[in-house]
Design a protein around this ligand. Structure first.
Ligand code: FE
Ligand code: FE
Ligand code: FE
Length: 172
């Protein structure tokens, strides 16, 4: 582990560990939100996208636990007000639009907000791991970053591939 001249940890390592705990909290919250989103989705392909990402997210939590272990730390979560807020907005969409033609467009948008937060966090964590010379940690986080980016692209394709158009229908 990188140390400074007085034998303590570097500022970057502290920042990294705080970020790791933040995203660990976020992933666990996302694990509870995705099944609700899959259930509320009208189109099978939207529901399937959430189910697929749910199983990926389980693997992402495992990767984070491996990273904590490589850092010599016990896995722990630190409240992330950003993901709480993003998921709260998603819950508002769910409440207001469930059963309407607009639900899938709303859910896809809510999910993309989550992915964008994750992409920001993982992008930073990969860069910091590299800076600290922890290639094995960076590789694990990079694998997750790529899943988040692929998910974001798939959600855009769903939106543009009919979901947004269906949302223009009037509610029954
Ligand atoms: Fe994730
Ligand atoms: Fe956060
Ligand atoms: Fe994700």
């Amino acid at each position: 582990m990188p140390s400074n001249e007085t034998g303590g940890t570097t500022g970057l390592e502290d920042l990294f560990l705080d970020g790791l705990k933040d995203i660990y909290y976020a992933e666990k919250k996302i694990l509870t939100a995705l099944p609700k989103m899959a259930k509320a989705a009208e189109a099978d392909e939207v529901s399937a996208a959430f189910e697929k990402h749910l199983s990926e997210t389980e693997g992402q939590v495992d990767r984070l636990e491996q990273v904590f272990e490589l850092m010599g730390q016990t896995a722990s979560a630190k409240a992330c007000p950003a993901i709480d807020g993003i998921l709260e907005e998603g819950a508002e969409i769910l409440e207001k639009y469930s059963g309407t033609p607009a639900i899938d467009a709303g859910l896809v948008a809510a999910a993309q907000s989550v992915e964008h937060y994750e992409i920001a966090r993982y992008g930073t964590l990969v860069a910091w791991a590299m800076q600290m010379g922890m290639a094995d940690v960076a590789t694990l986080l990079q694998a997750t970053l790529e899943e988040e980016e692929t998910t974001d692209t798939a959600l855009s394709s769903l939106g543009e591939g009919g979901v947004n158009e269906r949302a223009m229908q009037e509610a029954a």
